[in-house]
Each structure stands twice: as C-alpha cells, then as structure tokens.
Ligand binder design. Structure first.
Ligand code: SAM
Length: 294
C-alpha cells in the first residue's frame, strides 16, 4: 500500500546515485544522523522526515545522493531503458533525469542529452560530472531540429521528453499563486496554450525516430491542457506509428484525469500528498519487431 502523507508534512526524498554508491550503504550512512527508510515504490529512493535539510551533506556534495523528489524520480524508471540501449533525453537540463537514466543503464549504452538553451548547458555538464556517468553526450540543440532520419539516431530505442512546462505542480509555483499580484483564477491562458502547443509538437516529433520502442512524456504541471490533453491529441499519431499507452507503476493509485478512454494508464502525483504535481505518460511500440516503418 502507498504511504499516506499528511498535506503539510511531505517527507523528503533522496535518490541514491547507484553509479557511485549502493542503496544499503547510503541508508547506513544517513541513518547515523537521520531516521531514514527505503521508499516502497522506487528501489533507489530513500525517505527522510519532512524538513530534513541535506543540502550540505557530504554525500550530496560528492554526488552519491541527489536531492530529488519522488515524483521526479519516477520518470526515468517509467521509461526503464535497458543497459546497452541508445536513449535520448530531449529536454535535458539541469540533468537530474539524464543521470538517473545513466544509473538505471548501469554505464552501458549511450545517452544523448539535448538542451536548447546555451546558458543551461553548464549546469547540465556539472550534473553529469557530479554523477560520475561517462556515457552521456551533451547536445546544445533544439530537439525539434534533430533529424530522425540522421543515421546517428537510427538505433535510438527510447526518448525521455520532459519539456518546458508551466511548473504549476512544483512547490515554488503553488506558493507563487498565493502572492497578492496573482488574482485567484488569473491563469495565464495564453502562456499555457503556447506551452501546450510546444509540448504537442515535441511529442509528435518523438514518434518519428525509426527504431524507437519507448517514449516517456512528463511534466511538473497539474494542468490538464499540458498533460491529458497533449496525450489525447497525439493518440491517433501514436497509433499510426504503432505506439500505444502503457501503464507504468500499476500499483500507483493516482492516475490521469478520466478525460479519455485509457487515461488510467497515465500517472499523476498529487502535490499535497507527494510533494509535487507531476504527470507521466508512457508510450510503447506494440510490436517492436513487426512495426518498423519505412
Ligand atoms: N529533465 C530535466 C531534469 O529533470 O533535470 C528538466 C527539464 S526542464 C522541465 C525543460 C528543459 O527543456 C529546459 O532546460 C529547457 O531549456 C529545455 N528546452 C525547451 N525547449 C527545448 C527544445 N526545443 N529542445 C531542447 N530543449 C528544450
């Protein structure tokens, strides 16, 4: 059963970077000072009491553990790339999910971390360096400009697409809405529409890579327009490329809003219960061997 958490006291999570330290060693080390448990869903996640501040902890400084919430830590495992695969993180900076992919792939295979904004590349490089991963290639590029027919992507098996979003599921954003300058109900519809248009374009682009078997689309937004609506609008295209929605974390109770048939495959996290409001959709190729498109 999932842990029920009171609204105002959400536990802190740390993700153990298994490239540098095994989970049990991290547990033993942290238990010297804190009350720590293993998470009931993610094997590399530890749960600490609400309010625990580990920013200056040596294990954080040396990259053995990452301060990463549960919702954010569910995204790379939802994609579950196999060691040895070629994987693209389409919108990568600051790189938390990129290096989580690297840990899940156990240093085997190739990860391409694509990031549009030059000023965010340094942060991405710093995260990668801290993680100790050596199979990540950083690409300062617009994902939409990557040519799926380029031979260097002919073996790409999985794409993690975590595009720019409103961030309405994050703690900072939810506090922001309490500011007097933001009147109740004053949601910037134009901004949301623009974000959703980009998200749809990016997800549509992901389906074009010929050898692809899995796509994860995720946001840290709670808005239907950036989440279920994006997925719903792409279902016919997904279908035409041989993809269908799959159900990651079947034991997870909080699913997509029931706005289309199949939305129970989607994962949502509730900001009040889980610290942040995330959304995850997993597309899987129906038959990876038979459905190769010309
Ligand atoms: N996945 C990251 C992580 O967990 O650390 C967070 C990604 S953040 C939500 C989205 C990122 O996508 C931003 O760094 C943004 O600059 C980048 N981005 C936006 N549009 C892009 C595009 N067209 N191509 C590549 N990256 C893009």
């Amino acid at each position: 059963a999932l842990q029920e958490v009171p609204d105002v006291s959400v536990p802190r999570n740390v993700r153990v970077n298994t490239l540098k330290m095994d989970v049990d060693s991290a547990l033993v080390e942290l238990q010297k000072k804190y009350s720590v448990q293993k998470d009931d869903l993610l094997p590399d996640l530890l749960v600490l009491p609400p309010g625990t501040d580990l920013h200056d902890h040596p294990l954080v400084k040396n990259g053995s553990i990452f301060l990463q919430g549960k919702a954010s830590s569910m995204v790379a495992p939802a994609l579950s790339p196999e060691p040895g695969w070629e994987v693209l993180d389409a919108c990568a900076a600051p790189g938390n999910k990129t290096v989580h992919l690297a840990a899940l792939m156990k240093r085997k295979g190739r990860i391409i971390a694509c990031e549009l904004k030059k000023e965010r590349i340094k942060r991405l490089n710093d995260t990668i360096k801290l993680s100790g991963a050596s199979n990540i290639q950083v690409l300062n590029e617009d994902f939409l400009n990557i040519n799926p027919k380029d031979p260097s992507y002919s073996k790409l098996k999985a794409i993690l697409l975590d595009p720019s979003c409103s961030g309405s599921g994050t703690a900072a954003s939810r506090l922001d809405h309490l500011l007097p300058s933001k009147a109740a109900g004053d949601i910037d519809t134009e901004r949301l529409n623009k974000l959703a248009a980009f998200q749809r374009k990016a997800l549509q682009h992901a389906f074009l890579f010929p050898a692809l078997e899995r796509i994860v689309y995720s946001t840290c937004s709670i808005n239907q327009i950036e989440n279920e609506d994006v997925v719903k609008s792409l279902l016919p295209i997904a279908e035409s490329y041989g993809f269908q929605l799959a159900k990651p974390f079947p034991e997870w109770q909080c699913r997509g809003l029931p706005v289309f048939e199949g939305s129970e495959n989607l994962v949502r996290t509730d900001p009040a219960k889980h610290g942040e409001g995330f959304f995850i959709a997993l597309f899987v190729k129906k038959d990876a061997n038979l459905s190769a498109r010309s």
